[in-house]
Design a protein around this ligand. Structure first.
Ligand code: GDD
Ligand code: MN
Length: 354
């Protein structure tokens, strides 16, 4: 096999037949296969099996009953299952024209590269298929932000968020990549030092069905960026900061509604402790939690530690004031920083210990 084409699909039944036909004719001179990694809840898997029976090229199906890692996770599974080391990733909705496959291969053949990115933003490339001015604006600003955060690694890459690219699988250590959400290429480029070339392409209209991009994917993307750039501790800090703000707002609201100070503080503290745990599970320790203890055990440790920390912090602050003769404001700042570091270490080393 000279080429494996990895196609992640989520409810793309009406697009399968045309995709396979066009990929087959675009790759007619070479030995290529299509590997669908399907997480669909509709009839996509049946449609793939049907089309595979009559397709002129090998069409394989991996259907995941437990879809971990979303689109990015699906692509990793595809890399793992591919017969060829040379893999092209493309969407299943024909927004990535199969007729461009030979151009990606040709650029790879010229040499000196590990990845060929099909870019909407270089040279003749276009982004016409992105429906709506607001999605174009979001895509452009997300690209700018991403490039600003990785000026070194993304130098010369105009479209780090494209879902259409060729990669030499041997250049990837599949075990070290921890893809989350939609942006698998970004994850790869930010974590590795691969040599990248680009070819422009026209991002076409969706053939049929609906886009799976959503506000939720957007939030995941921002979390992914923060984690990639600054690591777990910064994401933990962002969540802690949000929790602190929520805590203040809840105290303010409850006291305004006539709740006493102490009950208001307790309700606010416990609510934000629980909310922080949930966010942390999702955005900070997602990649390690499956190797840690069960979710209730993790919750018990996290909840216990945060409550103990909240109870100990106030007398500790008072102790600092009296022994070091510093102001209560400075003492509070010091104990908050200590508490933050302690909380992070406890979570990283105890709650989410393998
Ligand atoms: N297996 C699997 N699991 N496939 C998924 C999932 C999932 O959870 N979510 C989406 N897909 C598949 C879709 O079926 C489609 O084939 C492809 O991934 C892209 O999803 P779309 O819903 O078409 O997303 P889009 O067009 O908004 O986003 C595309 O363009 C972006 C650039 O604007 C993708 O290529 C993105 O990667 C790209 O960044
Ligand atoms: Mn699409």
């Amino acid at each position: 096999m000279d080429l494996s084409i990895v196609v992640p699909t989520y409810n793309e039944a009406p697009n399968i037949a045309e995709l396979v036909t066009r990929v087959a004719s675009a790759t007619s001179g070479i030995r290529a296969e299509i590997v669908f990694v399907d997480d669909s809840t509709d009839t996509t898997a049946d449609e793939i099996r049907r089309v595979a029976g009559e397709a002129p090229i090998p069409v394989r199906l991996i259907h995941r009953d437990i879809p971990t890692g979303g689109l990015g996770g699906a692509v990793m599974v595809g890399f793992d299952a591919a017969t060829s080391d040379i893999c092209i990733v493309m969407d299943g909705d024909l927004q990535h024209p199969p007729e461009d496959i030979p151009r990606l291969l040709r650029r790879y053949g010229v040499g000196d590269v590990d990845v060929v990115v099909a870019s909407r933003y270089s040279g003749e490339g276009t982004n016409d298929g992105l429906a709506g001015a607001s999605r174009v604006a979001v895509s452009k600003s997300a690209t700018l932000l991403t490039k600003a955060m990785f000026p070194g690694r993304l130098k010369g890459v105009t479209d780090p968020m494209t879902g259409f690219f060729l990669i030499d699988r041997r250049r990837l250590d599949l075990r070290t990549l921890k893809p989350r959400g939609f942006k698998i290429l970004l994850e790869i480029l930010a974590r590795t030092n691969l040599r990248v070339a680009e070819v422009p392409f026209d991002f076409a209209d969706r053939n049929a069905g609906e886009s799976k991009a959503s506000f939720r994917q957007g939030v995941h993307f921002l979390a992914q960026l923060t984690m990639l750039r600054f690591g777990k501790m910064s994401m933990f800090a962002v969540i802690g900061g949000l929790g602190a703000v929520a805590n203040i707002v809840i105290v303010w609201l409850l006291t305004r509604w006539g709740v006493g100070d102490i009950p208001a503080m307790i309700v606010a503290a416990e609510t934000t402790i629980i909310a922080n745990f949930l966010l942390q599970e999702r955005f900070v320790f997602r990649d390690v939690k499956s190797e840690a203890s069960g979710v209730w055990a993790r919750f018990a440790k996290s909840f216990g530690f945060n409550n103990a920390e909240a109870i100990v912090r106030i007398p500790l602050t008072a102790l600092l004031v009296s022994t070091w003769h510093i102001s209560v404001v400075i003492a509070t700042a010091i104990t908050l920083v200590i508490a933050f570091v302690a909380r992070f270490l406890f979570h990283a080393l105890v709650v989410y210990a393998p």
